[in-house]
Design a protein around this ligand. Sequence first.
Ligand code: PEP
Length: 260
Amino acid sequence: MTSPRKTYIIANWKMNFTPGQASLYLQRLSNRVQTSRDLQVILAPSTISLQPLSLQINRRQFKLAAQNFYWRDFGPYTGETAISQIRSFVDYAIVGHSERRYLFHESEQDIAAKVAAAIRNGVTPILCIGETSFERKNGETKSAISAQLHEGLHDISAEDVDKVIIAYEPVWAISSTKNARPAKPADIADAQDLIRKQIARLYGKATAEKISVLYGGSVNADTAAGYLAIPGIDGLLVGDASLVGDSFCSIIEAAKRYQE
Ligand code: PEP
């Protein structure tokens, strides 16, 4: 049975592609991909590419997401970009990605402030949460996910919470983690169940049914369909495999087949 919620396929290009390369990628993708009302394909390029791609992109076909931003709206913060400065280019923004948490030491407070800043600026935050390998080995998977969800949504009212997308990304299943390994569908199903139960406790059952939960660990053209078939999973946040047009197109095709 297909989900009543939209399916999202998100390309997180991370720190790859110049604006010229990003533009060429978008041009080729636009010629190959047909999307639908129920399938949202989102591209998350580096901040420097957001403005030029926003002029090129057909927003009925694809949307743009920021990979990062600072939570204040303006001020003396050298080197930072506020979501208020880029909100006209993007519809979505990734927040709390494990590379930001662990390489750039973003705290739960930073992440909560970014989720709130995105909402305040009319941008949909994609809040990434997930346990590390250490936490999983120590039986702390549930407490890690619950704590990140609780903290990340700290400043979000019941009225706004269904504007947030949650991406479950077990850190040990992401290609940038040493010795990364694929997550089992049963583990992802358990995590999405836990996420929805906690949303239900915090905001009510109807909200838990409405909110989109994506899988944000590694996928590729061969594994995407299997992950999309997990009940309650509404799409994929793709890293490495989104850098190659052919594999990203295959993932989008898998999502379309899943919807049929
Ligand atoms: C990610 O960083 O969210 C991710 C899924 O990366 P990769 O696909 O490269 O594992």
